[in-house]
Design a protein around this ligand. Structure first.
Ligand SMILES: Cc1ncc(COP(=O)(O)O)c(C=O)c1O
Length: 282
């Protein structure tokens, strides 16, 4: 259990952190969040995460809880106070506290909560053997580009995955295309070494890991195609993997009952994971 949390202006003992019963996050899921990975005590890709937070807040017309330098300070200070070396920092901003009414309150102050968690990433066994994903219909709303705290379809999807012995659920849209995972972006590699992931838009979250990997790939001359891909294409791919701040690049060796790449993590995925590990260690 971490020692401290940041709650609306104060660093408090984690176990004593409290928010108001009329916080609109609690009542309407009227808020957004970010998860920033921490490696060696440092926040990785801090600015892109804060940029995405601003984007989500802007799309929902939620006021920024404080100026960016103050937010940066709070995040770093919490990592320091919790002596966090490897893990994640979670920040959540809601529209604030007001008497329950759907429309935006006339005057309200955004609420900010920041916590940290020790987390070492996927197990060595999962990295070595690859993860299994199941597939389920994508029943989320039409603005998955906003990192909203309204995560029920994601929660239900992840639970289904776990109950079926898988690590993640890939979400399939009405056209039979893979959008993304419940908390990860989805990628495949073709037999002629083209890497494919869905293009940005309202159907997926613009993953920060996705963006960093994209840059690493461009530097190394990989061929990337950003477009929808079908479940059938994924199942016949040479390799598959997922990306997220918590998993970085994680090989996928089974989709539903179909093995990918002979059931072993592929060479491109391994290289991309190595490149990502070097990037976060910088
Ligand atoms: C739905 C969804 N897609 C993709 C991602 C990966 O994003 P990132 O790489 O910024 O962690 C997440 C992360 O939480 C997510 O919730």
């Amino acid at each position: 259990m971490p020692r401290f949390a940041y709650v609306n202006g104060r660093y408090v003992a984690h176990r004593e952190g409290r928010v108001h019963i009329e916080d609109r996050g609690y009542q309407f899921a009227d808020g957004v969040y970010e998860v920033v990975p921490v490696f060696d005590g440092k926040l990785v890709d801090e600015e892109p995460h804060l940029d995405r937070l601003d984007y989500s807040l802007g799309e929902l017309k939620i006021a920024q809880p404080c100026a960016r330098p103050a937010l940066r300070f709070i995040c770093r200070e919490l990592v320091r106070r919790n002596c966090l070396r490897r893990g994640i920092l979670y920040m959540q901003v809601t529209r604030g506290v007001a008497s329950r009414d759907h429309k935006f309150p006339a005057t309200v102050k955004s609420a900010l909560v920041v916590t940290t968690k020790n987390y070492g990433g996927p197990t060595p066994r999962m990295i070595e053997e690859g993860a299994r994903v199941i597939t389920i219909p994508d029943i989320r709303w039409a603005r998955c580009d906003i990192k909203s705290i309204s995560l029920l379809p994601n929660v239900l999807g992840k639970q289904q995955a776990v109950e079926r012995g898988a690590f993640e659920a890939w979400l399939i849209d009405r056209n039979g295309n893979v959008t993304e995972g419940t908390s990860t972006n989805a990628w495949i590699v073709t037999s002629d070494k083209r890497v494919i992931t869905r293009q940005l838009g309202n159907a997926i979250l613009a993953g920060v890991t996705r963006a960093s990997l994209r840059k690493l790939m461009a530097d190394d001359g990989y061929k990337l195609e950003e477009r929808p891909f079908t479940l059938a294409e994924a199942k016949s791919a040479a390799e598959a993997f997922l990306t997220s701040s918590t998993s970085l690049v994680l090989p996928i060796t089974q989709i539903d009952d179909d093995r990918i790449g002979g059931g072993k993590p592929g060479p491109m995925t391994r290289k991309l994971r190595e490149a990502m590990l070097a990037y976060v260690a910088k």
